[in-house]
Write a protein that binds this ligand. Structure first.
Ligand code: AMP
Ligand code: MN
Ligand code: MN
Ligand code: MN
Length: 290
């Protein structure tokens, strides 16, 4: 396992832990380089960077942008090494967040028709950052209130396309998301490619569109990837000339497949994205003797 984790969440978006706690958890698991990548927001980065610095962990500012590609497909683009204060990025992310509360009201109305009432208030109560309200908060509320046994089951029964609580939403355009990341000095990464329900013809088009927009990397090691995906996307990164990234996509203890702070080693054919981010890494002093 590598001691690098460039994709995980805090309660600034839909993670369960505050930024300082998720970084401390990564440090306990001997992480040496991490990036916090909350969905569509950067408000946890300052606390995360300060904690990483104090615990001797190198840090990259990150974000995971929600994108609608090819009319109806949701894909996630991670930005690594960004300057969160860059106006194009900050304004772009603010625009995405602006749609979330109305979407959540529509989701609650849709769930109410399926017999589940009070979901908006319930989801808001477990959401630290109201403008970042999303499906995970609805899922946690339904589990906490004893209505569904676990988060996975809520998604399967209510929160995925075609199910009663699912509301289609238009996120950012792919070229915009990649453009904001680049403008902010970062590298754009296709997140968890193994998770998208797309044919290979469409995945090929997604990767080519992403490269045309200026995208440079793809997640090869991911909490959403099994060993088959690890090797499959290592080959994809080589074939398309993309740098390779590694991230757990950790959200919460007992909820995520992988814990934070460690990821599978990248296969040898990969070119690690962090080697291209050297000058963006916020380096922490190491404790003496380590
Ligand atoms: P949203 O941005 O509000 O659509 O929420 C998307 C988030 O829901 C993802 O980032 C995941 O954290 C979570 N999610 C999506 N699909 C699933 C699933 N099948 N099981 C558990 N969590 C999921
Ligand atoms: Mn999430
Ligand atoms: Mn994602
Ligand atoms: Mn994620």
């Amino acid at each position: 396992m590598a001691s690098i984790d460039l994709h995980f969440h805090s309660h600034a978006s839909d993670g369960a832990l505050p930024p300082a706690e998720v970084i401390a958890r990564a440090a306990e698991r001997q992480a040496t380089l991490v990036a916090l990548t909350d969905h569509d927001c950067t408000s946890g980065l300052a606390e995360a960077a300060a904690t990483a610095f104090s615990l001797g962990v190198d840090f990259l500012n990150g974000v995971e942008i929600s994108v609608t590609w090819n009319v109806r497909h949701t894909v996630h683009i991670v930005g690594l090494g960004i300057d969160p204060a860059h106006p194009a990025l900050a304004e772009g992310l603010a625009g995405i967040r602006a749609g979330r509360v109305n979407r959540a009201r529509d989701m609650a109305a849709s769930l109410a028709k399926a017999g589940i009432t009070g979901a908006f208030e319930g989801a808001m109560a477990v959401c630290d950052n109201p403008e970042m309200i999303g499906r995970t908060h609805f899922a946690r509320h339904l589990v906490n209130s004893g209505q569904v046994k676990d988060v996975r089951t809520v998604f399967r029964k209510y929160l995925t396309p075609g199910k009663p609580g699912y509301v289609p939403h238009e996120w950012a355009a792919l070229a915009d998301a990649v453009g904001w990341i680049r403008a902010a000095g970062g590298i754009a990464v296709i997140a968890h490619p193994g998770r998208y329900d797309l044919s290979w013809t469409l995945k090929d088009r997604l990767i080519l569109d992403f490269k045309d927009a200026g995208g440079q990397a793809i997640e090869v090691a991911s909490g959403s990837h099994g060993l088959d995906d690890l090797h499959r996307y290592a080959l994809v990164s080589e074939r398309y000339g993309l740098l390779a990234s590694a991230g757990s996509d950790f959200h919460a203890p007992n909820e995520s497949g992988r814990d934070v702070g460690r990821t599978d080693d990248l296969p040898a054919i990969c070119k690690p994205v962090w080697e291209a981010l050297n000058e963006r890494i916020i380096r922490a002093p190491r404790a003496a003797g380590i």
